[in-house]
Design a protein around this ligand. Structure first.
Ligand code: CA
Ligand code: CA
Length: 691
């Protein structure tokens, strides 16, 4: 990991066009992701090899979290936040469980302390198998850090039972202190120490390559590292894979065969990858240096390598033996075969600071910015949940696309509302459901040919217009009449009265089937009510509107006239005050969240609790504009599904939580609207939240 700079995707694409096709036969690898857990800035994901099936996840800020039985435990195993510095590349960076952890009941962590220095410490488990204690903790190794960055941080037990430690060159840029090549310092090295010999700290394995060599620290396993950001051993062969982050030009992978005796010099800061450093300098002698098995540059590949694992799982047989690695800043994941040919398996906008491996050998990757842990899945296998986008070039075309999708064999009656303002269309969803007809949108003053074509194509004979003439002009109404449609306008003096009259009409149509419930939402803003539109469509109650602190008389009288027996209030007391609810005089339930996205999630949860809906279908629309969601709600409602909301270019946390929590319930999902409403990138991330 180097820095959180996002590279423009367009720049990446342009750069990739310049890459010549590889001459050798590359493995065919396609990776897709499945969001599994949310952990704040997960920086390390390991298993203990203890047969428990648990994953241990480090939050960069200092907590060890436990995933047990597929569930993230609420209580951290260890909280070192008070001991850890967290700027930039600092934090709780590594954790390792010794062989026979089951018996030993202690483990090791690597963190930068409050002074920024590297500390490797031994911590003991408590009587609770998922919780450690700070009692008796021992500092095993401490290394002064001259700069805040390049702290390495990985600690891994090798097949030999010794603890391998990845130490960065100490930091700054270009290794100004020359630590990579200094034999008497621990910075810029791979170390190997024996922590299991009974010493409170460690001892030197007698077979270490520089034991007894003049001028060398005996802990050194390999020299010439810049910042080994993740190394791992192939659990089948024992080979050691080290990803060393480059300076300004080259990222590299170094591989040591199983059983190798150590002592290599990987070249930094004389070489960056295979290239003399600094660029343009006279190359130093290559004698005694070992060069990477693979490198990529900052023009075509990425800016900061994140080492991963050799896949030894069983879920994807074709991945057997491939080494997975990523670029932190470019959102790429590659797989490298035994011939050191790497294939791009994923190209995304995500930030990947670390991989993880479970006891079964399946792989995970952490997304740093959005604090999500994803499982790697085979992208060549179709996902279980079918997902699509329903859209047109604009809101009117999107409404038409949804209408034809929901009513493939046509409909007798259609509901038409303005696409320019949304309170009328909001209440219209209940009417659309009641008449079993599509909800279409029109510009306020212009009857469009595509609307006429759509109505004709579906065989519609009757049209309800919702709203007064400011919303849908007389000209539009007249045009529909002239075209031969039987037109009925439902309107009131204002949006509240219009919604009230729509509710009366819905009750008229439903008769005894009326559920007795009415939804109540504020009428001056609409996101809260939006997510309830599928429920209104599905017949669980019309939507009445109110001012936040004053209940309009027309709303109250409509609730009484239709015989409402309960009210479901949408949004917080800021949206609909307690006084408004009281004055309606009905038993009430309030579904609310901290924002529109969370309110949508709570509406879905509440409706699920009532047995009104399931997550078998998940509709998703932008929460910033409403036409797509309103018309999309007819599809979600027709499928008894939920409607969740997103920002156009970012998937909000409550929506992520909803998707992860219900991903196994889903069989289909639809995003409503085009890329201005839900960007291609956001669509992809939603896709990765569904199996
Ligand atoms: Ca440092
Ligand atoms: Ca190197």
């Amino acid at each position: 990991m180097k820095r959180s700079v996002r590279i423009l995707v367009t720049l990446v694409l342009v750069a990739m066009l310049a890459v010549p096709a590889s001459a050798s036969a590359a493995p065919s690898v396609s990776v897709r992701l499945l969001a599994r857990w949310r952990v704040a800035q997960a920086i390390t994901i390991v298993n203990a090899g203890d047969g428990s099936g648990r994953l241990f996840v480090l939050e960069k800020s200092g907590k060890v979290r436990v995933i047990k039985g597929g569930q993230l435990l609420a209580t951290p195993m260890l909280d070192l936040t008070a001991k850890v510095s967290t700027g930039g590349e600092q934090g709780l960076l590594g954790i390792a469980f010794p062989p026979d952890f089951v018996t030993k009941q202690y483990f090791y962590v690597n963190y930068t302390d409050t002074l920024g220095d590297t500390v490797i410490a031994r911590y003991y488990m408590s009587a609770n198998p998922d919780v450690a204690t700070t009692v008796g903790a021992q500092t095993v190794l401490k290394v002064d850090q001259p700069y805040a960055n390049h702290n390495g941080g990985g600690i891994v037990f090798g097949p030999d039972g010794y603890l391998y430690v990845g130490m960065g060159d100490g930091g700054s840029a270009g290794d100004p202190l020359g630590n990579g090549q200094r034999k008497n310092v621990l910075l810029g090295k791979m170390l190997r120490i024996d922590t299991e010999s009974g010493s409170a700290t460690y001892s030197i394995p007698p077979s270490n390559p520089f034991v007894g060599a003049t001028g060398y620290r005996p802990e050194i396993w390999a020299l010439g590292m810049r910042n080994p950001w993740r190394f791992s051993f192939d659990k089948t062969t024992g080979a050691l894979y080290i990803a060393d982050v480059g300076q300004n030009t080259w990222e590299e992978i170094d591989v040591e065969p199983a059983g190798f005796g150590g002592g290599r010099n990987y070249g930094w800061n004389w070489y960056e990858g295979n290239h003399a450093y600094p660029p343009g300098s006279t190359p130093k002698s290559t004698a005694g240096l070992t060069f990477p098995v693979y490198e990529y540059n900052h023009t075509t590949g990425g800016d900061s390598i994140t080492g991963g694992y050799v896949y030894r799982g069983s879920a994807v047989p074709g991945w057997q033996g491939l080494y997975f690695f990523a670029d932190f800043e470019w959102g790429k994941i590659w797989a490298m075969d035994s011939g050191n040919t790497a294939t791009l398996g994923l190209d995304s906008s995500l930030l990947f600071p670390t991989f993880g491996e479970d006891e079964a050998g399946e792989l995970y990757v952490s997304e740093y910015f959005d604090s999500t842990i994803y499982e790697l899945r085979d992208g060549s296998v179709p996902p279980a949940v079918s997902m699509r986008r329903l859209q047109g070039p604009d809101r009117y075309a999107t409404a038409i696309a949804v209408a034809h999708d929901v009513f493939p064999s046509g409909a007798t009656t259609a509901v038409v509302a303005t696409g320019e303002r949304f309170p009328d269309a909001l209440s219209a969803s209940a009417l659309s459901g009641a008449v079993a007809g599509p909800l279409l949108l029109t510009p306020s003053t212009r009857l469009e040919q595509r609307l006429l074509d759509s109505l004709a194509g579906m065989g519609v004979t009757d049209v309800y217009i919702v709203g007064g003439t400011p919303a849908v002009s007389s000209a539009v109404e007249g045009g529909l009449t002239t075209a031969g449609y039987s037109v009925t306008r439902i309107q009131g003096a204002d949006r509240y009265a219009t919604a009230a009259n729509v509710a009366r009409k819905v009750k008229d149509i439903q008769g005894p089937a009326f559920s007795g419930n009415v939804f109540l939402a504020r009428g001056d803003q609409f996101p809260d009510a939006l997510a309830a539109a599928p429920l209104a469509y599905a017949g669980h109650g019309p939507v009445l509107l109110t001012q936040p602190t004053t209940l309009p008389a027309t709303t109250k009288s409509a609730a009484a006239a239709i015989g409402a027996t309960e009210v479901t209030v949408l949004g917080s007391t800021t949206a609909v005050s307690s006084a408004v609810v009281s004055s309606l005089g009905l038993p009430s339930t309030r579904w609310q969240g901290a924002d529109r996205y969370n309110t949508a999630y709570q509406i879905a949860a509440g409706a699920q609790g009532r047995g009104w809906t399931t997550y078998s279908h998940i509709g998703i629309a932008t929460g910033l504009q409403y036409p797509d969601g309103l018309t999309g709600a007819t599809e979600a409602g027709a499928k008894n599904g939920v409607l969740l909301l997103t920002r156009p270019t970012a998937l909000p946390v409550p929506t992520r939580v909803a998707l992860i929590g219900h991903q196994t319930d889903a069989s289909s999902a639809t995003v409503y609207g085009g890329t201005p409403a839900v960007s291609a990138d956001t669509y992809q991330i939603i896709r990765w939240h569904l199996p």
